[in-house]
Design a protein around this ligand. Structure first.
Ligand code: PMP
Length: 453
């Protein structure tokens, strides 16, 4: 694939320059607020990814409600990024906002369970399966702890991950395939331990490579998303998940499924929709409606092995947990989300909206005769500026067209539509309106009409 994805590079550069000016011209208040208040933050933002948007300077948000954000210049934007899944059910769902308000009067954190904690466990099981659960503040930590348990109970060192994966800032998974070898990702800051010694990286959809790795007997766990969502989206080929389950069982390796993103698949996530049976299971981001929460669970069989391991474990730090994890504010938001927001009906609406969006974008791509494609996983839609389907992380990396994508993202933002940075991901929430979806499709069409002769 070409770096310009079939578009004329000069036309693209001119478009990007025009759009940057347009963005800045429309936002004098944003510019002034940043000038006044950004300096004390390292790189001007409280978390450095907030600079990774394609705009010349970040949006500064005044408020967000449902699937819409209003910036401090009073510009309203349809939000299809939705906090990169943290707000997949819409911003401040009313039941969650009410639960937060109620809990706010009763204490925010006490390192003890609340009444609601004892109610919500059954709900978690109803939605996500009959496992034994723990709470964290992030999906990153949920993965970290799940991997620790897998290593503990198997007595093995290595984790197998797929090339192009992302499981949060969990160091153990920060490897990539380079000329057939597993190497640490070169961009890691201050990394001194040799991660590649404890990880094996192979390509997604390559069961033969998985089998060869597991046959070494060193692999404690395969940690994977059901669908690769952190590169250009890669779907599992028919039989891949069955094969993965059979191989892991055969070689005594545990299977950890990270459903932080693929919760978009439907109620109970990809696991439930596609009847997968992992040994350990991770969810995060939107599970408590936007209050920082990760959940990780293990099957009763793994829990039994872990209890046996724990009996012999020396006293002292386990390396799992953070002080505020499982706090009553999280639990209140989690209960409200699971009981009133994350419903089958909500997922149906999301799915219908996402189908409309995907079909609309496909129509535009076909009319413009571009060699691009669209992938959808439930409420999650992505346009990819290269032909598809993609089979693995290596193909996904080649399909990525950063310059084209940045121009498109900025063009969409100037036309009132925010999509996720990093990749071309759009989420449809249960409160996203049909007219918002249609406006995104129209904006995509308008941009491509400017970019193609
Ligand atoms: N797992 C997956 C699949 C993710 O995509 C992400 C974040 N994008 C995480 C884990 C980590 O989530 P968090 O940054 O909220 O810890």
């Amino acid at each position: 694939p070409s770096p310009h994805a079939g578009l004329d590079p000069e036309r693209l550069a001119a478009f990007r320059a025009r759009e940057e000016q347009r963005f800045a011209r429309a936002r004098p208040v944003t510019r002034a607020r940043l000038d006044e208040g950004a300096e004390p933050w390292l790189a001007g933002v409280p978390m450095h990814w907030m600079r990774d948007w394609p705009s010349p300077f970040p949006l500064v948000v005044h408020r967000a409600e449902k699937a819409r954000i209003e910036d401090v210049d009073g510009i309203e934007i349809d939000d299809f990024c939705l906090g990169d899944t943290g707000s997949m059910f819409g911003h401040s769902p009313p039941p969650v906002a009410r639960a937060i308000r109620r809990q706010a009067r009763r204490g925010l954190t006490y390192m003890l369970p609340s009444d609601a904690t004892l109610r919500v466990g059954a709900l978690i099981r109803q939605v996500f399966g009959p496992m034994l659960w723990q709470m964290t503040l992030s999906a990153t930590d949920a993965n970290r702890h799940a991997l620790r348990v897998a290593r503990a109970v198997t007595g093995r060192r290595k984790v197998l991950v797929f090339n192009g994966c992302y499981h949060g800032t969990l160091e153990d998974t920060m490897v990539t395939c380079h000329q057939g070898r597993t190497v640490a990702r070169p961009g890691l800051v201050g990394q001194v331990l040799d991660i590649a010694a404890e990880a094996i990286c192979v390509e997604f959809n390559d069961l033969a490579a998985v089998e060869a790795a597991l046959a070494t007997g060193e692999v404690a766990a395969v940690l994977t998303e059901p669908v690769m969502t952190n590169s250009c989206m890669v779907l599992p080929e028919a039989g891949f998940h069955d094969g993965l389950r059979q191989l892991t069982r055969h070689h005594g390796t545990l299977l950890i499924l990270d459903e932080t993103h693929t919760q978009s698949s439907g109620l109970g996530g990809y696991r439930r929709v596609h009847s997968l049976s992992p040994d350990l299971y991770v969810i995060g981001k939107c599970v408590a409606g936007g209050i920082p929460t990760g959940l990780w669970g293990m099957t009763p069989e793994v829990a039994e092995r872990f209890a046996a391991y724990d009996l012999d474990r020396p006293e002292g730090h386990s390396g799992m947990g953070t002080t505020l994890s499982g706090n009553p504010l999280q639990v209140a938001a989690l209960e409200a989300t699971l009981s009133e927001v994350m419903t089958a009906k909500a997922h149906d609406r999301m799915e219908r909206g996402a189908l409309r969006l995907a079909a609309g974008l496909e129509g535009v791509i076909a009319r413009r005769a571009l060699p691009w494609h669209v992938v959808r996983v439930g409420a999650r839609v992505e346009f990819i500026c290269a032909p598809g389907p993609l089979r693995n992380g290596a193909e996904a990396a080649l399909a990525h067209a950063p310059e084209v994508e940045a121009a498109l993202h900025l063009g969409l933002l100037n036309r009132g539509c925010l999509i996720a940075p990093f990749h071309n991901m759009m989420l449809v929430s249960p409160v996203t309106k049909t007219r918002q979806i249609d406006r995104l499709i129209a904006a995509f069409d308008e941009i491509l009409s400017e970019l193609t002769p």
